[in-house]
Design a protein around this ligand. Sequence first.
Ligand code: SAM
Ligand code: SF4
Length: 336
Amino acid sequence: MTPTTQPQLIDRFGRQVTYVRMSITDRCDFRCVYCMDEEMTFMPREQLLTLEEIAYLLRAFCELGVEKVRITGGEPLVRRNVDWLFQHIGDLKQTTALKELNVTTNGSQLTKYSDAMVAAGVDRVNISLDSLKADRFRDLTRTGDLATVLAGIEAAKKAGFKRLKLNAVIMKGRNDDEIIDLAQFALDNEMDISYIEEMPLGHVSHERKESFYSSDDVLAELNKVFDLQPSISKTGGPSRYYQVANSKNKIGFISPHSHNFCDTCNRVRVTTEGRLLLCLGQEHSVDLRAVIRSHPGDIDRLKQAIIDSMVIKPKGHDFDLNVQPVLFRHMSVTGG
Ligand code: SAM
Ligand code: SF4
């Protein structure tokens, strides 16, 4: 079939939206200290988009020129029948602008799902890993088991994804002594790694200002050990990359505080309950679930609502660690 695309998602600042990050659940089997409170109240199930609604919504986006979809959460792989969803989104590559289907996961279910994900057309997987010490891993995730995640990483390597990348959030006094070990682990496993600055999203049980560790400080640590050259490669995301000398792999930094990435922002997010967020750091949003449920099957109306939303995409965000929290929604709702 010929791909049917009408690339029309251009905002007031001339930025074309080609990338959608879709959160498919706010639930998670971990409770990472920077992401969630120990006690979380999750959304009632009827508020969540169904898997059919998610597939339908993503079809609308991809018919409007979206080339890249990332499935995230919460923990996306704890959503029941998630393999059905991957299959449906993977099929959009045949009929729409979609070129790349990616997933962000904590790795706990990768032994179960890696093969099915590759078969469905999942291209790239980002796996969060903040520590290589079992006790500390448990402390940081509150419930996670390091051995399970390491087994998941092995399964993902064997399954043959196009690219695997690690994500590590570095927190002062919690895991900053593992910056080098995490990079070495990534390189030994022929994976890239991105270091993420902690973002003030939602209430958590520590003072964000005290745990904040900047990407520049991570880079300074890494430079003591590795020969890093700034890389020109772009992934369409907010990462800055460095090529590691004598290696195929790269080290990246996602730093919303120190390096503003809004000028080239090509992305939007959709929350678990179908709220289209035009910016991670602002509240501008459109209720797409209401459109889907009040006009079932009318995909043109849904597409028009998405096109109309482009006028409220703000110029940029303005995170400030002195105001805590900046936004009341947790990353698990927004989709990281
Ligand atoms: N559960 C999956 C995982 O952990 O990879 C996907 C969702 S998680 C919200 C996506 C990414 O956001 C993870 O890499 C996580 O480390 C990161 N994250 C969560 N809360 C964050 C925060 N407050 N600041 C920076 N990164 C955060
Ligand atoms: Fe769960 Fe991912 Fe948040 Fe950790 S970062 S609590 S794994 S959603």
